[in-house]
Design a protein around this ligand. Structure first.
Ligand SMILES: Cc1cc2nc3c(=O)[nH]c(=O)nc-3n(C[C@H](O)[C@H](O)[C@H](O)COP(=O)(O)OP(=O)(O)OC[C@H]3O[C@@H](n4cnc5c(N)ncnc54)[C@H](O)[C@@H]3O)c2cc1C
Length: 489
């Protein structure tokens, strides 16, 4: 009889782990505490006709998603209609607005207008970025990272030397470009990795390739269509999904998990994969069976939390693209407030996504669907009055960019989401949005382990473990853990 594997959480990592295991013949049940599947990439709809993606909006590294579907004999294009955004995004600085060309082939001429001689530097930067991406995605990223010995292979050791593990991203970028706005543009992708570019290894310039060169895409209908497509694939392989089923308790015999208890039922299982936030999963275990102590988590660099506003606006906004980054203020000042002083920012940077510019289905006609996101420190208190203060600030700058007037009065739907919501909805440690940062000291084997060292049938997956935060890494993480489990159970 096939073994039964329980999976906590229906984010990308949980769905991916479940699908890999069902494909290998296991009986798999996914338990999700929320009403909707998709974890941080859930969606919600409003009575007045808006559909909001709650989390991810940058569809980068399309090859990873394509390979995922191909692994199961399916084609992503049969599930999703992907649109390549043009421009990829706009970046608003205090002195200029950059519209980033859709096709990388257009970048040479474009970047040369910003800094003379930069096209040559760009070629060098991106050639290495491509090399890192290809080596990283083939030789490094799928390792379970139990031990450094996994990396002791001549080809990997040789390539590791060229991966710029020991230089920081900030100094690395400055070697190529002197123009401050280009430096910011090149640093932007690693901000996704949850730490200052001064702390992120230059290895991650691979993100510039995965984003800028492979393009910025949008799945028609919203990012949640990727969730739907992956769930459809999983169900076709027999995965069962139970929503509104929070896992509350694990039962043990002889240091093995025998069953789990949810809000309504008890389920017997042969093994468990948790894709819920790692630190939370550990709270379901008696303290002597945990992998890490409270002090361990307190010392870790977590990716930031964020303040989000989902807004429905009753007019079309001119001069606004699908993605816009408001970088008029100093990046380092904001980063200092996230990681060092840990307070609400004085002069924040923020991001606006307006998917209704590309997709008629996400807002009623004549309306815009806006997603405003401002990164902030974890664990901040986030009462409504503080949230509102920043809404006003963000709308003021949005009005300046677009020429729109009185946006506050044009809001026909409004919902905010912040630190306490991340904690309540996802059991997120400190209310983090993107998991654990990819600093050098939190890379590969230095990430929290995918296996529990004392419980023979418990694994962890998702953005707090290998390979790290982001949709493509979460999908890869599920595959890594499923393969590891197959060797034991
Ligand atoms: C606002 C925001 C914007 C982002 N933007 C991007 C982007 O543009 N591009 C990109 O690539 N990445 C982006 N990310 C990151 C990306 O969304 C995440 O890295 C990825 O979705 C994490 O997937 P996961 O499976 O690791 O975790 P999650 O999606 O958090 O899944 C974990 C699941 O476990 C469930 N759970 C927790 N506790 C229990 C319990 N006790 N019982 C049952 N279920 C439980 C949770 O409800 C959740 O559904 C963004 C994230 C956020 C929050």
């Amino acid at each position: 009889m096939s073994k039964t594997i329980g999976v906590i959480g229906s984010g990308f990592s949980g769905i991916s782990a479940a699908t890999h295991l069902a494909n290998a013949g296991y009986k798999v049940i996914v338990f999700e505490k929320n009403e909707m599947l998709g974890g941080r990439a859930r969606k919600f709809t409003t009575p007045n006709g808006f559909t909001f993606d709650m989390g991810p909006s940058w569809y980068w590294m399309p090859d990873i998603m394509e390979k995922y579907f191909a692994e199961f004999g399916s084609k992503i294009n049969d599930h999703l209609k992907l649109i390549r955004l043009d421009p990829q995004f706009e970046m608003v600085f205090s002195d200029e607005i950059l519209a980033v060309p859709s096709l990388y082939e257009e970048w040479n001429d474009w970047i040369e207008t910003l800094e003379s001689g930069s096209a040559k530097s760009l070629q060098k930067f991106m050639t290495t970025a491509k090399y890192k991406y290809e080596v990283g995605m083939i030789d490094f990223v799928k390792k379970p990272c139990h031990s450094w010995t996994e990396f002791v292979d001549f080809k990997i050791m040789k390539s590791a030397l060229k991966m710029d593990l020991l230089s920081d991203f900030r100094s690395y970028t400055k070697r190529f470009f002197t123009n401050k706005n280009i430096q910011c543009l090149m640093e932007f992708p690693v901000i996704f990795l949850g730490a200052s570019p001064k702390k992120i290894p230059a290895l991650y310039s691979m993100m510039n390739y995965g984003g800028y060169q492979l393009g910025t895409w949008y799945p028609l209908g919203g990012f949640s269509k990727l969730v739907d497509a992956m769930v459809c694939l999983a169900k076709n392989m027999g995965v069962l999904f139970y929503t509104n089923q929070e896992v509350l308790k694990l039962n043990f015999f002889d240091n093995q998990i025998t069953s789990l208890e949810t809000t309504d039922h008890t389920f017997e299982i042969d093994a468990l994969i948790s894709s819920a936030d790692y630190a939370f999963t550990e709270t379901l275990l008696p303290s002597h069976l945990r992998n890490y102590s409270k002090a361990y988590w307190e010392k870790k660099t977590f990716a930031p939390s964020c303040l989000i506003y989902y807004l429905g606006i009753n007019e079309k906004l001119e001069n606004l693209k699908h993605h816009t980054l408001f970088f008029e203020n100093d990046l380092d000042d904001h980063i200092e407030e996230i990681y060092t002083t840990k307070k609400w920012p004085e002069n924040p940077l923020f991001y606006v996504c307006c998917p209704s510019k590309t997709d008629k289905t996400v807002a009623p006609e004549g309306h815009e669907n806006l997603f405003l996101l401002m990164p902030i420190a974890n664990n901040l208190s986030d009462e409504e009055s503080i949230r509102e203060k920043y809404l006003h600030e963000m709308l003021r700058r949005l009005e300046k960019k677009t020429g729109a007037k009185d946006l506050l009065k044009k809001i026909v739907y409004q919902r905010s989401y912040c630190v306490s919501d991340f904690k309540n909805d996802y059991n997120a440690y400190g209310g983090n949005a993107y998991g654990l940062a990819n600093t050098l000291m939190q890379t590969a084997i230095l990430k929290p382990s995918i296996r529990n060292k004392k419980i023979k049938n418990l694994w962890y997956t998702g953005q707090l473990t290998v390979p790290g935060p982001g949709v493509p890494p979460a999908i890869i993480s599920g595959g890594i853990v499923a393969n590891d489990l197959k060797k034991v159970i």
